[in-house]
Ligand binder design. Structure first.
Ligand code: BTN
Length: 330
């Protein structure tokens, strides 16, 4: 993927030092006006840049851009399994790979982008992602055996995320059924990451899953104020700054393991691990069903297929394969 001038300039500035317009212009063999235009465009993307006469430009907050080679380095040998593409700006990595899924685009293709302008969440929500604020990517995974074999997939993906977070010292992250990653921050459960899985294919033969993941890295106050639920980011809950390239490489490694296990031994082989991360286990929750009804009862874990079990005094344990959970305040 050809990098746009804006991102080439940001790459130069990403060391956090001053660079004169003249030296950047020389690097790319273009005019200083073009560099100035690129700086203005970067500011439109929300990047804050100092501009000091006689010294040049400097990022107020250093950013780490995604780099295929850095991601591959973290993945080691298995980087050959993946076809990684990095984009500067795109509408949605899920939409991109959903479109590719019907062509012969390779299995295990990854699309990651610095800025997502029409990121989508579950249940018609959008996913805010300004430059450097979140890690947004999708993975195209092809399965044999039809869409019916994919029950519990989103829960399995959640396990891969938790395993990766653990490796970066973020140990308190937990899973909210079916697939949000939450963590306690200032005595409240807040969302750290979300998963959107979209399927394509027939019920019997080959099917493709586009696994979209959004992880909050460092949300600005402005972005936080636009999110309609309590949210936090990795910077607030981890001791060290997490490098997005290392994080993405690690997640792809953990996804390869988990998806391999899911394919051969189904969700049932991962259920026990999922249960150890279940955030609302034995707590009273309300599950809103798609048809406007809701069920309130004790969350009692998941079935072998990944369906949620809720216990109510009137009906005992009932299982649900879709819906939106909220914790009922005591
Ligand atoms: C949710 O929490 O509702 C799911 C959020 C999923 C967001 C990710 S960001 C990368 C990928 N592309 C999208 O358009 N959505 C997913």
């Amino acid at each position: 993927m050809q990098q746009s001038l804006v991102f080439k300039v940001l790459d130069v500035l990403s060391d956090g030092k001053f660079h004169s317009g003249e030296s950047i212009a020389k690097t790319f063999d273009i005019s200083r006006v073009s560099i100035w235009n690129a700086i203005k465009k970067a500011e439109e993307f929300g990047v804050e840049i100092y501009s000091v006469r006689g010294r040049g430009y400097k990022l107020i907050q250093p950013i780490t851009l995604l780099k295929k080679s850095s991601i591959q380095q973290v993945m080691g040998e298995i980087h050959h399994w993946f076809n990684v593409e990095i984009f500067d700006v795109m509408e949605s990595t899920n939409s991109y790979l959903m479109e590719k899924a019907s062509s012969d685009h390779p299995h295990a293709s990854v699309a990651a982008t610095h800025i997502q302008t029409k990121g989508r969440g579950r249940r018609g929500r959008s996913w805010q992602s300004a430059l450097g604020e979140s890690l947004t990517f999708s993975l195209l995974w092809r399965f044999n055996g039809g869409a019916s074999t994919l029950s519990g997939l989103s829960l399995a993906v959640g396990i891969a995320l938790i395993r990766s977070f653990h490796r970066f010292g973020v140990i308190g992250a937990q899973l909210k059924w079916p697939n949000d990653v939450l963590i306690q921050d200032q005595n409240q459960y807040k969302k750290l990451a979300g998963i959107l899985i979209e399927l394509q294919g027939d019920m019997e033969g080959q099917s493709s899953a586009v696994i979209g993941i959004g992880i909050n890295l460092k949300l600005s106050k402005k972005s936080l104020s636009h999110i309609d639920q309590p949210a936090t980011d990795l910077t607030s809950v981890s001791v060290e700054e997490i490098n997005p390239n290392e994080l993405l490489g690690q997640i792809l490694k953990d996804l390869a393991d988990v998806l391999g296990q899911f394919y051969t031994s189904k969700f049932s082989s991962l259920k026990e691990e999922w249960m150890t991360y279940h955030v609302y286990q034995h707590q009273t929750v309300t599950l809103s069903l798609g048809d406007g009804r809701s069920v309130t009862g004790l969350a009692q874990g998941v079935t072998q297929d990944g369906a949620l079990m809720i216990e109510t005094p009137s009906n005992g344990i009932e299982t649900f394969s879709s819906g939106e959970i909220t914790l009922r305040k005591a």
